[in-house]
Ligand binder design. Structure first.
Ligand SMILES: NC(=O)c1ccc[n+]([C@@H]2O[C@H](COP(=O)([O-])OP(=O)(O)OC[C@H]3O[C@@H](n4cnc5c(N)ncnc54)[C@H](OP(=O)(O)O)[C@@H]3O)[C@@H](O)[C@H]2O)c1
Length: 291
């Protein structure tokens, strides 16, 4: 049985579908049983609860031999950093209690760099806790998700622009969650004997590259515009995001805008035949949802 945390999220939902289609036994985690309904109908075992609760976490792992793990703190309450650490600690305890054979953890590119953003740096702390279990863990460190662009569908569609609080000309690693789900699927099929780290930067693109490709596909001008930190904070807090999360998110963009990315593409096992999705492949999918 494979435990899938974040089964209703971007990577986890794609991975759960792949595993069920391949006939694997899957236990899917969510705090909301309704969101798991489709997977339950396909034969998944639901585990409904909050991974911050160590008893729930332990019960979710029981009877599983492999697990797909990610951590997501709540961006609205100012406690996201400690929540991610807590979930990571619950994973480590539960992995040992269940006698897990192999876990796969979604970390973040740059986790080991000391980026100055707790959103990225927390992942290294969690990696360390998982490593201490002595159980083989595959750590995937992905770049920025191309699919984050779906957050801008409405402004692109209605106003013809999208924004971030960083310059548009800085190229940064962008990876598709389709690719992360596919590599996770392949990685969970094998039982490594040791700890392994796989960098998954994808391909470096700037937000100007995204704007150009979207414009070409829509046949109209779509602009990337940098917003100031204050404008960003005003919009985000308007959506209920905490000031602390805004601070940490802005610190992440200060790291990104340095453009000093450093990763090891050779860490991807050759047997996975990984060929990163390109912007030219991704944008036609994206624009289907733009009016
Ligand atoms: N976005 C990026 O560019 C990027 C880049 C590198 C790394 N990452 C990392 O990738 C991960 C996010 O992956 P994703 O985009 O696939 O996820 P996502 O779409 O943001 O979904 C989050 C998932 O986490 C689950 N979740 C959140 N809090 C939970 C809790 N307390 N208990 C149980 N489940 C909980 C949610 O389940 P329910 O709501 O159904 O309970 C949902 O399935 C994060 O760790 C992030 O740091 C992201």
């Amino acid at each position: 049985m494979i435990l899938i945390t974040g089964a209703t999220g971007k990577i986890g939902s794609r991975l759960t579908k792949k595993l069920l289609d391949a006939g694997e036994k899957v236990r899917a985690v969510s705090r909301d049983e309704e969101k798991l309904q489709g997977f339950i109908e396909q034969g998944a075992d639901p585990a409904v609860g909050d991974l911050l609760d160590s008893n729930f976490c332990q019960s979710a792992f029981e009877g599983c031999d492999r697990a797909f793990l990610l951590v997501q703190g709540n961006p609205t309450n100012g406690k996201h950093y400690n929540e991610e650490l807590q979930i990571g600690a619950n994973y480590a305890e539960s992995m040992k209690a269940a006698g897990l054979k192999h876990a796969l953890f979604i970390s973040s590119l740059g986790a080991e760099k000391g980026t100055g953003s707790p959103i990225i740096d927390v992942k290294l702390e969690i990696e360390k806790g998982l490593k201490e279990t002595g159980i083989p863990v595959t750590v995937i460190r992905p770049g920025n998700f191309m699919e984050n662009m779906y957050n801008f569908m409405e402004t692109i569609s209605s106003a013809g622009f999208f924004t971030y609080p960083m310059p548009g000309n800085v190229r940064m690693p962008h990876v598709s969650v389709d690719d992360i789900a596919e590599i996770s699927f392949k990685a969970l099929k094998r039982d490594p004997e040791d700890w392994e780290i796989i960098d998954m930067p994808g391909i470096e693109y700037s937000f100007f590259d995204f704007a150009m490709e979207i414009s070409e596909n829509l046949n109209r001008m779509i602009k990337y515009m940098r917003v100031s930190d204050d404008q960003f904070r005003e919009v985000f807090t308007g959506f209920g995001i905490s000031d602390k999360f805004c601070d940490d998110y802005l610190a992440m963009f200060r790291y990104f805008e340095k453009g000093e990315f450093d990763y090891n593409p050779q860490s991807m096992p050759a047997e996975f035949n990984y060929s990163p999705k390109t912007l030219e492949e991704f944008i036609p999918e994206l624009v289907k949802s733009i009016k």
